[in-house]
Write a protein that binds this ligand. Structure first.
Ligand code: SHN
Ligand code: NAI
Length: 168
């Protein structure tokens, strides 16, 4: 039975702390940015791709993580290449009652980061419930490829006949 429920949360007024700024963290930072939240990044080394994107919604702190960093944030993503450190971040968050995601250990996550597909106002999140990351990626990618056509066609059909339901 699937147990990860896709809550759609308004994060535009929320603050994320992302610890780490390598490949995985950057992928997530760029995706989160599309949803308008404030993001604080703490990392010993920050990837060049986001270095020039600093503004009042993306704060970059190039230094080692400190337990105090989880104070006053709403959600935390632990995405360093040090599993023990990610685990410590999870511990700090659990103690402070903050929702946390550990990119290196599916067992440590309060929430998963899904494969995300957006098309205009439509948002689709894909997860395999932590069971098969490659499959989640593949399925998200296939939906990404088809989404524009599906949304455009459904809109057109609804405009032509709002009562004609194709499927239940
Ligand atoms: C549980 C979860 C927790 C979380 O939220 O972090 C998690 C955990 C882990 N992923 C790992 C590996 C990989 N993850 C991917 C890809 C994605 N992983 C994503 C989400 C999640 N990953 C969460 C729910 C996953 C689910 O739904 O099943 C996606 C959907 C979203 C995103 O990451 O942006 C994104 C597709 C994005 C897209 O394309 O749309 C690939 C493929 C690739 O990158 O090409 C690989 C290599 C796999 C291989 O090679 O087999 C490892 C081992 C790390 C290590 O070995 O060190 C762990 C840790 C563990 O399993 O404990
Ligand atoms: N969930 C997912 O989709 C996937 C998760 N992973 C996991 O994600 C993690 C990160 O992987 P990558 O981004 O490829 O690593 P990376 O090596 O590209 O980046 C690691 C980042 O952690 C930072 N860091 C290390 N020690 C730190 C400290 N004490 N304080 C602050 N920052 C520190 C580094 O400065 C760097 O920015 C790994 O643990 C890996 O197991 C890997 C593949 C996919």
């Amino acid at each position: 039975m699937a147990k990860y429920f896709p809550l759609f949360i308004d994060i535009s007024e929320k603050t994320f702390l992302v610890v780490g700024a390598g490949n995985i963290a950057v992928r997530r930072i760029l995706k989160l940015k599309e949803f308008g939240c404030k993001i604080i990044v703490v990392a010993k080394t920050i990837a060049a791709t986001i270095m020039d994107q600093q503004d009042d919604r993306l704060i970059l702190k190039e230094r080692a993580y400190d337990s105090m960093d989880v104070e006053d944030v709403d959600y935390v993503i632990a995405a360093t290449n040090n599993k023990e450190l990610n685990e410590k971040i999870v511990w700090d968050c659990n103690r402070a009652g903050i929702m946390v995601n550990d990119a290196s250990n599916y067992k440590n996550c309060d929430f998963y980061f899904p494969g995300i597909v957006t098309e205009e106002e439509m948002v689709i999140g894909v997860t395999s419930s932590g069971s098969n990351h490659r499959l989640a990626r593949r399925v998200a990618s296939e939906i990404r490829y088809n989404i524009k056509e599906v949304v455009t066609r459904c809109k057109k059909e609804l405009e032509e006949d709002p009562n004609a339901e194709k499927f239940d």
